[in-house]
Design a protein around this ligand. Structure first.
Ligand code: DAV
Length: 377
């Protein structure tokens, strides 16, 4: 076995084993999560701002118990349906290992009745160019979630990818703000934490939102770990429940931003971009949603700058995107919605064509790049 970077054949182009700089460049390889063996999370007070009210008693009573079997089976079938559609588009799909999510675990300071699932690699991992970042997640039940993805990460590393695990968080009580004022974040600045899904990639620039799982310390850690070739800009969002930016902002192509009609706050870095407010989701009000809002309707996955995977029943969104010049690939996904996400959440794009470029205007950037950083390597 060799650790040398080996270019791989993905379609016609020879690309590194891990190569993904944007949310929209042509997709060649992708990780699709698995909900198999998933359990309800052990309740933690810091979840109160982000999970739907109805989920709290469920997590308190059923934390560590298997997710409802029938609904889970339907969700797994929808994930298989997504895999088939991606493969039919010539995209290589890889899946996590089976993992034990039901086992309780403890540290010297706290314990968790169980884990969660391996369903949402976007929350946990981030590909920035040729690097895979492991996020320091603040929900205690997710402390070992990366295990299901470690053989994949090791395999990418052996084929030349860089591997950037964030400092292992302690997740002691000092991290969590209890009894704070309305508007306070659930996490303090005790140590760096973030979920990868609070970031979006635009070539050499990333944007990030502060949230109930992402603090300034975590953003600073990532900024310094990525180094001067990348810029990380914090953008305001108007979302008291903020956890993961990908049902608030969805960049679909250079210059085209799909946004949540209320949560999106205009920012100068998007000067010159077309902004499309997403239409209302179509999900029935009585559909079980344990982790998130129906706005995961806009959590779409770009296969290339003209093609997006959209939930089959989100006809108003399909119409709006079609009218904006996109080709929509419809996939049934409502049962997956129930467990916390849609197409962007359940995937991690490890290989897209394209390289580092600049797409955002940076008039107020604190550390303007020297001009040599604008050039392709
Ligand atoms: O609208 O509840 C969902 C983010 C999915 N990871 C919402 C945000």
């Amino acid at each position: 076995m060799t650790n040398d970077a080996q270019p791989e054949e993905h379609g016609q182009a020879l690309l590194p084993a891990v190569n993904s700089y944007t949310e929209w460049d042509p997709l060649r390889e992708v990780v699709v999560g698995s909900l198999l063996g998933g359990v309800f999370p052990d309740w933690q007070d810091s979840m109160v701002h982000v999970v739907p009210d109805a989920a709290r008693p469920v997590f308190q009573e059923l934390g560590g118990s298997p997710l409802p079997a029938g609904h889970l089976k339907a969700a797994e079938e929808e994930l298989e349906g997504l895999v088939e559609v991606l493969e039919a588009h010539g995209i290589q799909v890889v899946r996590p290992d089976a993992a034990e999510h039901q086992a309780p675990f403890r540290t010297p300071h706290w314990s968790s009745a169980a884990g969660l699932y391996a369903g949402m690699p976007r929350d946990l991992l981030m590909v920035v160019g040729d690097a895979i970042v492991e996020a320091p997640m603040s929900w205690r039940c997710r402390h070992h979630e990366v295990d299901a993805f470690r053989s994949l990460i090791k395999s990418y590393f052996r084929r030349g990818a860089r591997w950037l695990p964030a400092p292992r968080p302690q997740l002691t009580d000092e991290l969590y703000r209890t009894g704070g004022d309305a508007g306070d974040w659930a996490v303090t600045e005790f140590e760096p934490v973030f979920d990868a899904a609070d970031f979006l990639r635009f070539g050499r620039d990333l944007i990030v939102q502060r949230s109930h799982v992402t603090n300034e310390f975590g953003i600073d850690w990532l900024r310094r770990a990525l180094g001067p070739d990348f810029g990380v800009t914090v953008v305001d969002t108007d979302d008291p429940h903020a956890m993961h930016i990908d049902a608030t902002i969805a960049p679909l192509a250079p210059g085209k931003l799909l946004v949540h009609p209320e949560r999106y706050v205009p920012h100068e870095i998007f000067d010159g971009w077309e902004i499309l407010p997403a239409p209302e989701p179509t999900l029935p009000h009585d559909w079980p949603m344990y982790f998130c809002s129906p706005w995961v309707s806009m959590n779409v996955l770009s296969l290339d700058p003209e093609t997006v995977v959209v939930e089959s029943q989100e006809q108003p969104l399909i119409d709006a995107l079609t009218g904006w010049g996109f080709r929509c690939v419809p996939v049934d996904f409502r049962h997956v919605y129930s467990f916390g996400g849609s197409f962007h959440c359940v995937t991690l794009d490890t290989v897209r064509e394209g390289g580092p470029a600049r797409y955002l205007s940076r008039p107020g950037a604190r550390d303007p790049r020297p001009s040599h950083a604008e050039q392709e390597p």
